[in-house]
Design a protein around this ligand. Structure first.
Ligand code: SF4
Length: 469
């Protein structure tokens, strides 16, 4: 047993509660062995982007953070790699069916001590390999014990090593709320994984986890963030609580929920829990189990991509889920991004006159992003815009040209027709083999799905297995 540090009581008094942490070490592995096991085990927890915090170096402590995202870096498959992404432990007392680290699997196990993680983080940071830490863990003994180890790690990192870089940690459902609270004052971002979109899915695949116990720390963190903001407004030096906000992650494709159900859950999380991000993780089969898709089944990477695009529309483009999908159309068009798909389903709202349309309508035009829409609104105050000015502004004209007019004129003589625009919108990469017999994207969807799956399966095989902690 080793005394590591202390936390303050939840009633706000300065009474210190001593915490004794038994540093968990089952076998004596070298730090490199552990690093290999635990970075690999953490690799595909996708809830790890790092933007949202501004904190300058202070000349004494180590590190800094920039909200614009210098902590960001993305691997070729789009995942963030700039943080030291690591598990405290891949030991786990739970038995989630989809997880490589579940209790019943026979895999090499390892557990870091808080000190080891601090040393690794500092060494990697000094060598410029990373700009921060993303720390998650399997459940060692019980949720509170695990959260305590995570807390101890961040406490040391901040107070012993004086590390001011970005830190993202998991909130462990079922852990003592005091520990979650105290960790929130040290971390930049916290995430509590929803794991599966519905309570039924959770019951089926993660029997040790319960929807309520997941939502509880999420609510606690939300309240802490709101309170922290109020205090910061009153007192400049008030401690910040999870300043980069909280996020969550859902596994896609392990259970049969439709895109509509998944996006509805995401929308409700944004509305009710003020989440900064919802991450979607395409299911990768690693365990044989009757309750799971076959291990050889393709990982739904393209579906994951469409969900991210739709998520973007919810957060920045003022869309609501029921505009994109409904009971009759429960899944996204795999061939077109959700915004193009929406526009093609609402051709009666187009073409949009660039010099008159309001900001929210501009946002709905394929090829016009948030920045372009803002620039259009600003630029047209001084003079009417033409297609050349739109190009300079950054509008993607090859997509937008079917949906806009400038001073009452379209760019080319194009038809406002769904099939015609669809054919032209599909990029070379996504283009369907329109044959002499005039097959359309609708007719091809069955076969194409198989082709996409084959491609996606190939990509999935390149990815290693994941732990969804
Ligand atoms: S998902 Fe997390 S809690 Fe579930 S078995 Fe894996 S490591 Fe344990």
């Amino acid at each position: 047993m080793e005394e590591v540090s202390s936390v303050f009581a939840s009633d706000g008094s300065n009474r210190k509660k001593q915490i004794n942490v038994e540093l968990y070490s089952t076998t004596r592995k070298s730090i490199m062995d552990k690093l290999e096991i635990l970075t690999d085990a953490a690799k595909y927890d996708v809830a790890c982007t790092s933007s949202g915090v501004n904190r300058k170096g202070n000349g004494q402590d180590m590190g800094n953070c920039i909200a614009a995202g210098i902590c960001h870096s993305f691997s070729s498959d789009g995942r963030c790699i700039s943080l030291l992404k690591i598990l405290m432990s891949n030991e786990c007392v739970y038995d989630c069916k989809y997880c490589i680290n579940r209790r019943s699997n026979d895999v090499p196990r390892a557990t870091f001590t808080p000190e080891e993680i601090c040393e690794l983080t500092m060494n990697f940071y000094k060598r410029n390999y990373i700009e921060g830490l993303f720390l998650s863990s399997g459940i060692i003994n019980n949720p509170t014990y695990t959260m305590e180890l995570i807390y101890q790690t961040v406490f040391r990192l901040r107070n012993v090593y004086r590390f001011r870089g970005y830190v993202h940690v998991k909130g462990i459902p079922g852990a003592d709320p005091v520990l979650i609270q105290q960790t929130g004052f040290l971390a930049d971002r916290m995430s509590v994984n929803l794991e599966l979109p519905t309570a039924q899915g959770l019951e089926k695949l993660a029997p040790n986890k319960h929807r309520k116990s997941i939502l509880k720390p999420m609510r606690q963190i939300q309240n802490g963030i709101a309170q922290g903001k109020q205090e910061l407004a009153l007192y400049r030096n008030a401690p910040s609580f999870v300043p980069a906000g909280q996020s969550t992650q859902m596994i896609i494709g392990a259970t049969p929920e439709s895109d509509y159900q998944i996006m509805t859950v995401a929308e409700s999380l944004y509305d009710k829990f003020a989440l900064k991000r919802v991450f979607y993780s395409a299911y990768v089969g690693v365990n044989e189990d009757k309750a799971l898709p076959a291990v050889t089944a393709a990982s739904p990477l393209l579906r994951e991509h469409r969900l991210y695009q739709a998520d973007w529309l919810l957060r920045y483009y003022h869309f609501r889920v029921n505009e994109l999908l409904d009971e009759k159309h429960q899944n996204f068009n795999i061939l077109l991004d959700p915004k193009c798909d929406w526009a093609l389903g609402h051709l009666e709202q187009f073409p949009v006159e660039i010099n008159r349309a309001d900001y929210t309508m501009l946002l709905r035009v394929p090829g016009i992003g948030v920045k372009s829409a803002q620039r259009i609104c600003k630029a047209r105050r001084s003079s009417a815009l033409d297609f050349d000015s739109l190009k300079k502004i950054g509008v993607v004209l090859k997509r937008a040209l079917y949906f806009i007019t400038c001073n009452g004129r379209m760019m080319y003589h194009t038809k406002l027709d769904e099939d015609y625009i669809t054919r032209n919108l599909l990029s070379e990469h996504e283009k369907l083999p329109f044959d002499k017999d005039g097959m359309t994207y609708k007719q091809l969807s069955l076969f194409d799905d198989g082709m996409e799956n084959a491609a996606v399966f190939g990509m999935a095989m390149e990815r290693n297995v994941t732990a969804h902690v």
